[in-house]
Design a protein around this ligand. Structure first.
Ligand code: HAM
Length: 425
């Protein structure tokens, strides 16, 4: 009988060490950019009360209708694996009294998310997001700061020139209903020309009609009324100032009247960064304002905005451009080479001293000869090989070999750590 082998659940995957290099690269750039802009890290639980997402993200959204991993625990609590980070962070803002902190509160995160999506390239059931939320700032300049921070991340990652910023305003509670009414009438008049899901969307979530991907619906979308023409004077002025400030700092964008985003909490500015001409699997990140969400969760009216990028998708995009240099190879500064049982003991002691000083050091403990170990040092691109042969073990010395030049010098073992540290500076 053959033994059962196990596989990861569909839509999930192992992040193997070679891929982890890309995750570290992206996250380290993201963190350094957003920390410089004054954001501080937050991590929320992997699961939350299901109602948080139903109320926050919206009952009629794809996420809540089709994609949530919802379960009852042993105490009969209804819980959902976090499908996105904004609702949990607003919950945390209120729960932890952040309304009394100095405003705006600026938070960032890198967390795994869970959506029962149809797995395909760039679409997983467990995926990672890097994102930030800025709560307590209503000014158009805050929009510009958030958008330009995302753009700075992409520039630093080396993909700034390959992507486009898509921008729209979806108005507010005051002006959007008028637009929705107009859109619904327009779709009623074109009922025969649209797909079955759009017939349903026209009833439940008319804004989503605009990002249907069915070819049949494209001509109808093309001629649909545009929300930008229905904005109230306040929303219109807000959007005008966002565009003006983006122009001032030379951030280029495309106004995309169809961009409506898939979550219900948005208001006014919405945006995505696309790698390619349409957003289906190409949105590297999405975000916008959600000025009403704090109130939906019981807080006082508080303007807020943010974005989240798909880590897996961004990495796949970086990988598809081999000319982009990922400078985040795990480095090895020192490789300790030894020969003989006494030298092997010295080797472990020496490695421990390097690790205490956080110098990246490795060593060969097996019985391979000196040349075999040196070739491992070469392969790991170690800067120095420290060689302890039988003579050196006896003398308590070590040969420092600079791998690039081949130069060698003998040093006392108790002085070698400080010497190597000096040379690495
Ligand atoms: P979202 O557009 O649902 O927004 O997701 C943001 C990004 O996560 C997408 O642009 C995409 O790159 C990535 N993503 C989404 N679903 C998947 C998937 N199944 N597999 C791989 N990557 C995926 C939000 O989640 C909002 N919370 C963003 C936000 C923050 N808005 C304001 N603040």
């Amino acid at each position: 009988m053959t033994k059962k082998t196990f596989q990861v659940p569909r839509g999930t995957r192992d992040i193997l060490p070679d891929d982890q290099v890309y995750f570290d690269y992206l996250n380290s750039i993201f963190k350094s950019v957003v920390k410089a802009a004054g954001f501080r890290q937050i991590t929320t639980p992997a699961f939350e009360d299901t109602n948080l997402f139903v109320r926050g993200v919206g009952k009629e959204t794809d996420i809540v209708e089709k994609e949530m991993y919802t379960f009852r625990d042993k105490s009969d609590n209804l819980l959902t694996l976090r499908p996105e980070g904004t609702a949990p962070i607003v919950r945390s803002y209120l729960e932890n009294g952040m309304q009394s902190w100095s405003q705006p509160v600026k938070l960032f995160y890198t967390m795994p998310m869970y959506r029962y999506d149809r797995p395909q390239a760039g679409r997983y059931r467990e995926f990672w997001q890097y994102g930030l939320e800025m709560i307590g700032d209503k000014e158009p300049l805050a929009d510009v700061m958030v958008i330009s921070t995302a753009q700075r991340v992409y520039r630093k990652l080396g993909i700034g020139d390959y992507i486009s910023l898509q921008l729209n305003s979806i108005g507010c509670q005051k002006c959007r209903p008028k637009y929705i009414k107009e859109l619904t009438v327009y779709y009623k008049n074109n009922e025969k020309k649209i797909c079955a899901s759009c017939k349903n969307r026209a009833e439940t979530n008319p804004l989503r009609l605009l990002d249907c991907k069915d070819p049949k619906c494209q001509p109808v979308i093309e001629d649909a009324p545009q929300i930008i023409n229905f904005l109230c004077p306040e929303c219109h002025e807000h959007f005008r100032q966002v565009l003006e400030s983006l122009d001032e700092i030379n951030v280029s964008y495309e106004i995309n009247p169809r961009l409506v985003r898939g979550l219900d909490y948005y208001s006014r500015t919405v945006f995505e960064f696309w790698a390619g001409s349409d957003g289906a699997q190409n949105a590297l990140c999405g975000g916008g304002r959600y000025d009403g969400l704090v109130e939906v969760f019981g807080g006082k009216s508080t303007a807020a905005l943010g974005f989240a990028g798909g880590t897996d998708r961004t990495i796949e995009f970086i990988k598809s451009h081999p000319e982009i240099e990922v400078i985040y190879d795990q480095k090895v500064d020192v490789f300790v080479v030894q020969l003989g049982s006494e030298a092997r003991k010295n080797c472990l002691k020496l490695l421990s001293s390097f690790w205490d000083e956080e110098v990246a050091a490795e060593g060969g403990f097996d019985k391979e000869g000196i040349s075999g170990q040196l070739s491992i040092a070469n392969r790991l691109k170690a800067k120095y090989a420290l060689i302890i042969g039988q003579k050196e073990a006896y003398d308590k010395t070590v040969i420092i070999k600079e791998m690039a030049s081949g130069n060698q010098e003998v040093y006392p073992q108790d002085k070698v750590v400080s010497e190597v540290k000096k040379r690495l500076k």
